[in-house]
Design a protein around this ligand. Structure first.
Ligand code: 13P
Length: 249
């Protein structure tokens, strides 16, 4: 039995004032007794602010980490620092990191290793571009992104991890994968993990991300291999995010 999980990725949005307002609106809307794990990933400067306001089944996550544990890396933030700040989760290999900041599968595998070593739960983001989908490469691309992490870290590193399938063409575009499209890829991901370790495959939470909103969340989360969502834009609105969390319960 997998506990549903919904993670809000705030990306590079917010101010102290808007974060405070968002959480003040959101917290009363989240039902304390729901069997859903929830997290929000604010930008680094606001991790402590958000940590001080949240609790219960709402946890803290970060959007990125450095591939080294410490050292002369001006401007970077380490896994141990995120752990120390109270993070439970960290996104690894978001498509915006891959595309805009040139993060390779190799770098992402290293970051995943540091996340695990820092006792953070890595949320490995994978997904194909529109061109790759149109040429029938979705499964191949996603599989290869996952395999590079398994090769570097071993399958046991997924014992306390999350995979988020985020088709690049669905991120911030308003175009969502259909529930069938999401299920097809999620099922293949679970099969792939199962080739290495069947019990990890059965317990590994697989999130869908890409234009998830209050209207489409239920049909996506109803798919047998979709265990929740990684939500961008809609996580910045308290009512929408609460409704998405409710849909996962
Ligand atoms: P949107 O929900 O805004 O499409 O963003 C998805 C995403 O990238 C979450 O990490």
């Amino acid at each position: 039995m997998r506990t549903p999980l919904v993670i809000g990725n705030w990306k590079m949005h917010g101010t102290s004032a808007s974060n405070h307002q968002l959480l003040e609106q959101l917290l009363p809307l989240l039902k304390p007794d729901t069997q859903v794990a929830i997290a929000v990933c604010p930008p680094y400067p606001y991790l402590s602010q958000v940590k001080a306001m949240i609790g219960g089944n709402l946890a803290l996550g970060a959007q990125n980490l450095n591939m080294q544990e410490k050292g002369a890396h001006t401007g970077e933030v380490s896994g141990p620092m995120l752990k120390d700040t109270g993070c439970r989760y960290v996104l690894v290999g978001h498509s915006e990191r891959r595309e805009i900041y040139g993060e390779s599968d190799l770098i992402i595998a290293e970051k995943f290793a540091v996340a695990v070593a820092s006792e953070l739960i890595p949320v490995l983001c994978v997904g194909e571009t529109l061109k790759q989908r149109k040429t029938g490469q979705s499964i191949e691309v996603v599989s290869s992104q996952i395999k590079s992490v398994i090769q570097r870290n071993g399958i046991q590193s997924f014992a306390n991890a999350v995979i988020a399938y985020e088709p690049v063409w669905a991120i911030g575009t308003g175009e969502t994968a259909t529930p069938a499209q999401a299920q097809e890829v999620h099922q293949k991901i679970r099969e792939l993990i199962g080739e290495y370790d069947i019990s990890i495959a059965e317990t590994l939470p697989l999130l869908y991300g890409g234009s998830v909103n209050a209207s489409n969340a239920t049909s996506l989360f109803n798919q047998p291999d979709v265990d929740g969502g990684l939500v961008g834009g809609a996580s910045l609105n308290a009512e929408s995010f609460a409704a998405i969390c409710q849909a996962a319960s």
